[in-house]
Design a protein around this ligand. Structure first.
Ligand SMILES: [Zn+2]
Length: 243
């Protein structure tokens, strides 16, 4: 239970951090795979991420059925999360958001690619999922497993994908990794857009991306994702309870 409590504490912190960094606003959500039962995940009830507290965290099956609803209403788009956990056993955390700078890349055909060292975790090129392709006219939200699975197919083996006219979804092998990539995906989109005014851009090469990600993966405790996590926690006004 101690592990579960610590994970829920980190999930609440992730909600606050993503709100504080303007990745989520009144909408958007973050989940984590259950630490004991890989066929379940944890996520807040439908609520603005900035306001999420530990009592809001619910448990879901991968199909999106609440296990302990207790009168709490789940997010409509929870199927994004379950479909990704189902398709990718390596994924431990999913962030879905409508952050502003990524939207132009989902509607223009302009490819979102890493322009900066810190943004290498977004991968060589961020794919775009368009609800229109398989489902025709919809309200653009992923509201069942059929759509969730179609989206997971577009994410493939990558860390993230854009959703045309809607937002993006980011995954990670930990809460810290997914939060890191979500924040730097938004920053990369902003920087790429600004730099595009100068003309042709030079993006990170596949070899550079691989080397940067390999180094991040081998970071010692307190470095890499841990270092940014502590920084963002402090900025969000979250007191450190566990060092
Ligand atoms: Zn959404």
């Amino acid at each position: 239970m101690a592990d579960l409590d610590a994970l829920i504490e980190d999930l609440v912190a992730a909600n606050r951090i993503l709100a504080n960094e303007n990745v989520v606003d009144a909408f958007g959500h973050v989940s984590v795979r259950h630490p004991v039962d890989a066929g379940r995940y944890l996520m807040s009830r439908a609520k603005s991420p900035e306001l999420v507290e530990s009592a809001d965290i619910m448990e879901f099956t991968l199909e999106g059925a609440p296990c302990n609803a207790d009168g709490r209403k789940p997010y409509l788009e929870r199927f994004i999360h379950g479909a990704l956990y189902e398709a990718r056993p390596d994924i431990q955390c999913v962030v879905h958001n409508h952050s502003r700078s990524v939207i132009p890349f989902g509607i223009s055909g302009e490819k979102l690619r890493p322009v900066m060292h810190s943004c290498a975790t977004i991968g060589h090129e961020v794919p775009v999922w368009d609800a229109q392709d398989a489902f025709g006219d919809t309200d653009l939200l992923i509201s069942d497993m059929l759509m969730g699975r179609d989206f997971a197919r577009v994410v493939g083996n990558g860390t993230c994908a854009l959703m045309r006219g809607h937002g993006c979804t980011v995954t990670g092998k930990s809460i810290r990794e997914a939060v890191y990539t979500a924040i730097y995906l938004e920053l990369n989109a902003e920087l790429q857009w600004k730099a595009s005014h100068f003309g042709k851009l030079k993006f990170l090469s596949p070899g550079e991306i691989e080397k940067i990600n390999s180094r991040l993966g081998q970071a010692r405790p307190g470095e890499g994702y841990d270092r940014s996590w502590e920084y963002w926690r402090r900025r969000a006004g979250i007191a450190s309870k566990r060092g």
